[in-house]
Design a protein around this ligand. Structure first.
Ligand code: ADP
Ligand code: MG
Length: 759
């Protein structure tokens, strides 16, 4: 058991007008708050005007990633070692609690602690091959001191839920749905789905403020893959988004909302009382049971749990009172001490069983060593991948009759088992392939590559794995016309850039001439095409002509075509890498399932052959994971390149359209053959939208699961952090997302202005 202080971070919501009295020092963790005397409303001590606090960290202008690194990373790492954790967000409504915990469910870049924790968790699980993990999620809401199961298919019923004590003095909620999650995406989907059921009520500080406490819990079950008889170790992480801590009088509410506010205030004041009682050295009575919230948080406040609090402040003038009360509570919480110990090392029975198994194995090894006395030191470590491969080759050679019995290894129990295992693998592979496996790969590898080939290249939005790239080759038709797509020109047709051609006849005007051409519906009124309401179809034809005939147009179109071709090549490369990543992932999943099945089907310890089989599977799993990592890293690099290439294409297209506008609006400019070559499809808005999506994916290949879960649960706007605003000022911190939207809009406007797309 290690005594640990609860860690406390302060996060400030960005403001346009930061209260001069609030000084945040992210480097030192210090916060200073100056309170003008006249702001006192009884709560504030008139004698004291400046308050100083110290915390474990101050997050001011911190990104969501930085916040997770500071607040969540360590707790999730511990969770995987069997240590319970709690992260809870506290603060007045509108200060950013939900933003920190959940973030924006539609925007990967604004994802909060929960999605980041799930990503981190599943990634780690993939890397830890020596253990088998099972993850479940639950989502509890406490509203008016009643418990609600957000993942139940019968929402609203709370009667069956009860908070009980477990054997170790911790608490759990009986009857709460626990949904198994075998992937990041599945876990995220429970979270998003549960989030949609949260009780919200309008409130003057924030239009979509939550009036309830929400506890999303990640339950992790860990087993040692090599010891099926050992009991699983359970640990859990509570991610808690508390209701607003503001005092009722300020928010001007009445009726039901007032009742809620009273419940919220009461449960938070019980939380304060509990914290106060715990901070007293000789606390004989801690009022945990007074409210559901304190009962649920019991471990987090004083039990076996690694606890982190994120206190939120909204540092605009007018909130000084709430800020002070949040800061004071936060520094009291920081003095709380919990007893952190791994649930794994806690269990003596478990340790005993593991030692027994180890001793048995060692005895077998030693007996073998004795029998072979006279030989040098023998390694008892796991066989390397190369050794396994060498044995596979040897098995093949031996079975083909090209090796002697003496060549087979007999130095350790492990290698003998491996040899048997490989013999079987070769035999089965030969049986399955009709004897064609001859490339030296193991049967598992052969199977994997077979799978790779069968797997269609990931494409489009619905591909589940990482690496879904837009397979359509750009969508935006400008500049991609193949050379042969050029419409036939009548022989002798002048190729001057501004030639005028009537729909029914050859050239009828000289270049640069401002002569109107009544016969052309598109070139009336002084010859200026800009002054003509040209139809979109005509405009498109003109555009096509511009690209093929005008010197500027051909040059710019060539740039677009060249960059697009490069983009297409890059996309092919990225798709291939993505397929490799997906194949590696499929291997991991399959081998993981095989390992799990082998464990489940394992007879009592001592059946050696089965043990050896598991060894090999685990080694193969390890190799597959390594492969996954390397291909994944490569993919990430390639995607960065893809992104800059996409930007290059967008830029070239923009230049082309601008030049076209200029050309078309110049007096005397003319239209080409009014014959649509059919290759243009300029729904620029859609094209840019798609590009934008691809761009997000290109920058964040890690976000595949998030994007998929977000899409599948179709999070409604503003369902999570009050993204619709309120509190005055969301628009100000729109950041990247807003920029992306503005860019998309501008680009769409550009195409509309050029008459190439509809508004
Ligand atoms: P709470 O849950 O504490 O009531 P929210 O998380 O709903 O508050 O935040 C209120 C508003 O402020 C939301 O629109 C949210 O997007 C925005 N917001 C809060 N914190 C930040 C931040 N650190 N960066 C950008 N926007 C933020
Ligand atoms: Mg909230």
């Amino acid at each position: 058991m290690v005594k640990t202080n609860v860690k406390v971070f302060v996060r400030a919501r960005p403001t346009a007008t930061r209260d001069d009295g609030l000084k945040l020092s992210p480097d030192s963790g210090n916060v200073q708050l100056h309170v003008p005397k006249d702001a006192s409303m009884g709560l504030i001590n008139n004698q004291q005007e400046t308050f100083a606090f110290k915390y474990d960290g101050v997050l001011d202008n911190a990104s969501q990633e930085e916040t997770y690194t500071a607040v969540g990373h360590e707790v999730v790492d511990s969770l995987l070692s069997g240590i319970n954790g709690t992260i809870f967000c506290y603060g007045q409504t509108g200060a950013g609690k939900t933003y920190t915990m959940a973030g924006d469910g539609r925007d990967y870049r604004q994802r909060g602690i929960v999605p980041q924790a799930l990503h981190h968790l599943f990634r780690e699980i993939d890397m830890r091959v020596d253990k088998i993990y099972r993850v479940k999620t639950s989502y509890l809401e406490i509203y008016n001191d009643q418990l609600y199961d957000l993942l139940s298919d019968k929402p609203g019923s709370s009667d069956s839920l009860a908070i009980l004590e477990d054997a170790h003095g911790g608490t759990y909620v009986r009857g709460l749905t626990q949904l198994p999650a075998d992937s990041e995406e599945a876990a995220l989907m429970s979270f998003f789905a549960g989030d949609q059921g949260r009780s919200t009520a309008s409130h003057i500080l924030n239009a979509s403020s939550s009036r309830s406490h929400c506890v999303f819990t990640i339950h992790v079950e860990m087993r040692f893959s090599e010891a099926a008889s050992e009991r699983a170790i359970l640990s859990k992480l509570h991610l808690v988004d508390l209701a607003g801590s503001e005092r009722t009088k300020k928010t001007g509410v009445s009726g039901q909302t007032l009742l809620e506010a009273q419940f919220i205030n009461r449960s938070l004041s019980y939380l304060e009382q509990t914290v106060n009682a715990l901070t007293k050295r000789d606390a004989s009575y801690v009022p945990y049971r007074q409210s559901k919230l304190t009962s649920v948080l019991r471990d987090a406040l004083g039990g076996n749990c690694k606890t982190v609090m994120v206190a939120h402040v909204f540092g605009e003038p007018g909130h000084v009172e709430e800020t002070l009360s949040t800061l004071r509570f936060a520094s009291r919480v920081r003095t709380l001490v919990t007893d952190v110990s791994s649930n794994e090392s806690n269990d003596p029975g478990l340790l005993l069983r593991r030692y027994e198994r180890q001793i048995k194995e060692l005895k077998q090894e030693l007996a073998m060593r004795d029998a072979l006395s006279g030989r040098g030191r023998i390694s008892y470590d796991d066989l390397s991948q190369a050794e396994v491969r060498a044995m596979h080759q040897l098995a093949r050679t031996y079975l083909a009759g090209d090796a002697d019995l003496e060549q087979l290894p007999v130095d350790t129990v492990r290698s003998i088992r491996e040899m048997y295992k490989q013999m079987r693998a070769v035999f089965q592979a030969t049986k399955a392939d009709g004897g064609t496996a001859s490339d030296g790969t193991t049967s598992t590898e052969a199977h994997a590559s077979q799978q790779r080939q069968q797997q269609p290249a990931a494409s489009g939005d619905d591909a589940d794995g990482v690496g879904a790239v837009d397979a359509s080759g750009g969508g935006f038709g400008v500049g991609t016309a193949p050379p042969g797509a050029k419409p036939a020109l009548a022989p002798g047709t002048p190729r001057s850039p501004h030639r005028l051609i009537t729909p029914n006849g050859p050239a009828a005007g000289a270049s640069g001439a401002a002569s109107p051409l009544p016969s052309s519906p598109a070139a009336t009124m002084g010859g200026s095409l800009g002054g003509v309401m040209m139809g979109m179809a005509e405009r498109r034809v003109a555009f096509s002509h511009f690209k093929k005939e005008a010197p500027d147009g051909t040059a710019l179109a060539a740039v677009v075509a060249q960059r697009t071709q490069h983009l297409t090549e890059l996309k092919r490369v990225v798709r291939a890498s993505a397929a490799a990543v997906n194949a590696a992932k499929a291997d991991i999943d399959r081998l993981g399932a095989e390992v799990a099945a082998a464990v489940a089907a394992a007879p009592p310890v001592g059946e050696d052959v089965v043990d050896a089989e598991r060894h090999t599977l685990v080694a193969q799993l390890k190799a597959a994971k390594l492969k996954y990592r390397t291909t994944f890293d490569l993919l990430k690099e390639q995607r960065n390149e893809l992104e800059s290439c996409m930007l290059g294409v967008a830029e070239a297209k923009q230049q082309l359209i601008e030049a076209f506008n200029q050309w078309a609006d110049t007096p005397g400019a003319a239209l080409g053959d009014l014959e649509d070559d059919g290759t243009e499809d300029l729904d620029a808005g859609e094209a840019f939208e798609r590009m934008q999506r691809a761009r997000t994916m290109a920058t964040n290949p890690d976000g595949a699961a998030f994007q998929a879960a977000s899409r599948k649960t179709a999070v409604r706007p503003g369902a999570l952090a009050g993204t619709t605003g309120g509190g005055g000022g969301t628009q100000r911190f729109g950041g990247v997302k807003a920029k992306g939207e503005a860019m998309r809009k501008r680009e769409h406007e550009l195409a509309i202005a050029a008459g190439l797309a509809r508004g």
